[in-house]
Design a protein around this ligand. Sequence first.
Ligand SMILES: O=C(O)CCC(=O)C(=O)O
Length: 375
Amino acid sequence: MIEWIMITFLYMIMIKNQNKGEKTWRKKNEQKINNLKSKTKQYQAIFFPMIFSNNMFKNGLKVLYGESDHLLYYNQTVPEFPATDIDSKFPFQFFRKYVSRNYPLLIKGGAKDFPAVKKWNSQYFRKHYSEKRVTVTVTPNGYADGVASYEGKEYFFLPEETEMEFKDFLNVLHEQPLNYVAYIQQQNSNLTTHFSELLVDIEKEIDWASEAFDKEPDAVNFWMGDGRAITSMHKDPYENIYCVIDGYKDFILIPPLDLPYVPYKDYSVRQYQNVTTDSFDIAPVNNQEDISWIAVDPLQYNLIREYPDFFKKTRKFQVRVEKGDILYLPSLWFHHVRQSHECIAVNYWYDIEYSDPKYCYYQMLNELCRKSDRV
Ligand SMILES: O=C(O)CCC(=O)C(=O)O
């Protein structure tokens, strides 16, 4: 940059002096001018292909966006399939129409016959599992893994994890303290490990899904929490079969194709501590590298000027998953999740098929976005 300013400056002086007919000045500075000229050529060699390839990237994106218009066939709503139509051919149809196209599907009533849907709620857990120790995440604002400001800077915050008896957790949900939000949301197959006694009411896998994916789930997670808890927008390398047992969940989904318009930033990581006391602490996390996370929440419309592409260009699908429904949330789709108070859910994570070209293609898009400074 400095060279550009210098070269312009020298040329200006040169023209001025040439006009005055002072040829000696030019002779004196010829070496300098030649050096700067060759520097300019070097910069051109670097920047012109960059500008050119950025245009190529933008044109490529136009094609990608146009070719994926089929995502609008359903007017950005998730198609529904009634559970009563599930038969022996369903795993094949499900795979052909949704999994292979990486397209979401709401299976209405898909879980309604699970004993869990008929039995589980706060009263039931209080009656049968009151003394059971549970791991609960607590945060001051409801965002368990998300970006928040602290002393004028943005960080990625991890929740505090704490153990308590199930009845105490249910009391916290009932009381909804003003200073913190509690959520059972460990994503380490906690249903099969920590809540295995609940497996009498719910299957360890969903048969039609295991048949379609041709594998068993990698993890089965149990979720229960406060209506103020929000899962910030992110994506997972899993095919997700998400079952709502009680209450409802509101998902905002964005297809992986829209990655170029989803802004990521690197954040230093902090963790909440002593959240359930009068004043919480914030601590750095040892040996934790910065985390790359989505910089904007789809509910922060006030940031539309800062992130116009995110708000205007990404194709957002909104879907409410009600008690007894199952959402197929395809791998790599961005999702943001809110819930009704004391909502209970179980989800089955099936590992993504890494040999699938979709995955390779997504990795390529990711790399192009990183290199091109996005769009
Ligand atoms: O239910 C939630 O709060 C989040 C669910 C989620 O992010 C997931 O299943 O991957």
